[in-house]
Design a protein around this ligand. Sequence first.
Ligand code: ADE
Length: 275
Amino acid sequence: MSLTIKIGIIGGTGLDNPDILKDRTEKVTTTPFGNPSDALILGNIEGVPVVLLARHGRKHNISPTDVNYRANIWALKQEGCTHVIATNACGSLQEEIAPGDLIIIDNFIDRTTKRQQTFYDGHTENFKAICHLPMEPAFCQDTRKIILETAKEIGVNARDGGTIVVIEGPRFSSIAESNLFRSWGAHVIGMTSIPEIVLAKEAGLCYGVIAMATDYDCWRDIGEKVSHKNVLEIFHQNVQKVLQLLTALIPRMGRKDWGTAMEDAQALAKNSIFH
Ligand code: ADE
């Protein structure tokens, strides 16, 4: 049986307001956790309902620390989303991942320090329990798989798997930090995947990330070190790849038989709550 799906797209740096939805309408909303980063953009891609949200706001004026991740994920959940595809600019920590490459990450190392990682904070109405959520696998396997299959079908190169180190930011890393993360075996580095991955899972959503390497951080002896300017430049030069992938992916997700993936995601979230 194929269930109805609705897909949230969280647009990261460089993809704050992509023009890929048909029949766009805007909806200002709020949640028990406060306001999301911006209005939700409702629409569809080939008839598959999509809800778009700019992670940093459409004016890109919210820093990684100040993004209200809980409100963003809950707003998508409230709107009826079953899936979330997030886009992310990241730095490469490995020679073989070059600026412009897409990576469908499958793991993370959390180096954030100032973010609320759970809806179950003990005081928000209806969220007074404790949620002990398993993190293996960190991502929805079916969602990752269909992103990779779509990329292959349309001839867009995308790396299968990789570990992202998520730093608090907003500063970039020192070279000592960058080398430390490399020694841990991390592949890429970013500032926003945590707590987004965790909260999407707590909300019972099927979540996957399309990450784009925009730089080599600062560990390499040769070439430019990361700067905000080159992150934006490289992202804009390669953004068509991400848009092409999303445009092909959403209709395929709509046609896919998701089996028990959605129920499984919801059951895992529910069964992780400790009353
Ligand atoms: N986003 C893009 N490049 C990055 C880097 N080198 N470190 C952290 N976040 C990033």
